[in-house]
Ligand binder design. Structure first.
Ligand SMILES: [Fe+2]
Ligand SMILES: [Fe+2]
Length: 176
């Protein structure tokens, strides 16, 4: 199991690792907020709910940025809010419409409930690049953008093979 994938599996149970506890310190006010907790009511990429998706993206972005000496706090907080929208994708008119529009919706929602730094705002706004035209303008936003795609691929894959994900989680438990 490679390291990044192992951390992805750990993101399902962040309270059980030291990294997860340190991560929680950076984001607990956001993570505990009812509007963020409500994301658990919506499925995302077929196999997980939206709350789990944003936790996975946030946790991996946090670890990568910490490792690279970047602003890991902004990365973790921006990533946790990057898909802050409360509807099912099927409720949007078209997939294209949703793809282009939801970063703006997430940013508007995040601004309503949290004080965001400029970097956190750009992380939310740019996360769908290259499907949206303007690229990320800082390294943290670029990392979150890439991690989002990495998690999306895994989530789509495991929606077809949920038993394989379960096995990986069991294997990870024995490694910790
Ligand atoms: Fe998104
Ligand atoms: Fe996402």
């Amino acid at each position: 199991m490679n390291k990044l994938f192992f951390k992805y599996i750990q993101s399902f149970d962040i309270d059980k690792s030291i990294d997860g506890i340190l991560f929680s310190d950076c984001v607990s006010d956001i993570l505990d907020h009812v509007q963020v907790q409500n994301l658990s009511e919506y499925m995302h990429h077929m196999s997980v709910n939206r709350l789990q998706h944003v936790i996975s993206v946030s946790f991996l972005s946090y670890l990568l940025c910490r490792r690279l000496g970047l602003d890991y706090r902004a990365a973790a907080r921006g990533a946790l809010l990057h898909d802050l929208f409360h509807y099912n994708r099927s409720e949007e008119k078209t997939v294209k419409f949703h793809t282009l529009r939801h970063p703006k919706t997430a940013l508007q929602n995040a601004r309503r409930f949290f004080n965001l730094s400029k970097k956190e705002e750009s992380i939310i706004k740019r996360h769908m690049w290259p499907l949206t035209i303007t690229p990320p303008t800082n390294r943290e936003a670029f990392i979150v953008c890439m991690v989002d795609k990495y998690c999306a691929v895994l989530e789509a894959y495991y929606s077809f093979f949920p038993h394989r994900l379960l096995k990986k989680k069991q294997a990870a438990t024995t490694l910790t």
